[in-house]
Write a protein that binds this ligand. Sequence first.
Ligand code: FAD
Ligand code: DHB
Length: 389
Amino acid sequence: MRTQVGIIGAGPAGLLLSRLLALRGIDSVVLENRSREYVEARIRAGILEQHTVDTLTDAGLGDRLRREGLEHRGIHLQHPGTRHTLDFPELCGRTVWVYGQTEVVKDLVAAQLAGGPPLLFEVSDVRPEDVDGDAPRIRFTDADGTPQVLECDVIAGTDGFHGVSRPVVTEAGGRLWERTYPYAWLGILADAAPATDELIYAWHPEGFALYSMRSPSVSRLYLQVDPADSIDNWSDDRIWDGLSRRLDIDGWTVSTGPVTEKSILPMRSFVSAPMRRGRLFLAGDAAHIVPPTGAKGLNLAVADVTLLATALTRLLREGRTDLVDAYSDTALRRVWRCTHFSWWMTSMLHTTGDDFDAELQLSQLRRVCSSEAAARELAENYTGLPIEG
Ligand code: FAD
Ligand code: DHB
């Protein structure tokens, strides 16, 4: 088997890269170790920045997004007694969209299977080889158990945090940065009409809470919990009680309904540099992880592959190496901006049990809610800064 770009991993990064390359006449093969059903059901992010929506739309994937997605013009920032609205169009001229990662992945898979480049599910033993030379390859075992070799011009490692690509890059050198946080998110999906127009990010002495949504009839809510806590300790009643207390404001209540999914998500910041070794390029969670506060993870993966698609097209069509040579540095500048923003939002909103920290957090929240300059800084980062290059 031969292709121009061998892509490892069919998350949003790998699928979108394959699509962007196909639109520019570059062929690829996507290898995914899970099943289609698993990949399409994995509940994760929900907020799309303006540039992500524009990129998906330009790639012919905007129809359902614009029909079923919900455009949001701001967020509410809350601390006890105060719920303040940030108006994004007024502050920075941009908006964001609520459209689940599951839906983005379903749209990408459907487009790929409807005449797009090959997408192979349930492969195993995936190994990138000879990435330092001009003719790298990927060895893998297909879903029938037959060993295969995919000869490529380049390989894209879009196989997420636990994938096989990053170790191949780091064994040749480079640097890692990591920060773990002393809290986690308990997330639920509930069949309940959201009781709020915009997302609510709430600081509370008991811990952070976030009110988000997936549709006019489905709510997505999160509670700060101890990372060592078990989901078995959280009955639905205990979750709703916690959400009601932390999101409480006079004359308003959380709307409840059957909980259809609940889990505890760990939080970390992680950056691996460079995002390239020879002809192997990393993108998305394979190279970096941000804590979810601020909803950057999926958007950053989209920004990486937008850059990478252009750089690979220039390499494979014109033989010019300038953009692939610049890829890692250019991508990492955005990665660090989003790493800082996600860390800042996380640090401002999650209680640590320390009174001094609490006063600093409340001071920062009051500042964002009273200074247009501070609010604009949040709005510009939240809605997504322009993509370089
Ligand atoms: P992934 O989505 O991880 O895709 C990688 C793909 O590679 C997967 O399909 C995987 O099965 C496949 N793969 C792995 N190893 C191999 C292999 N060896 N061979 C072949 N295929 C392989 N971000 C937010 O902004 N907001 C959120 O609320 C949010 N919640 C999250 C909750 C969880 C539990 C997790 C893990 C992440 C969350 N994120 C969130 C982050 C966001 O979902 C990711 O940033 C985004 O999925 C990155 O896309 P990706 O394509 O780079 O990686
Ligand atoms: C969602 C996730 C986030 O991390 C966030 O900041 C806002 C919303 C969500 O899953 O809806």
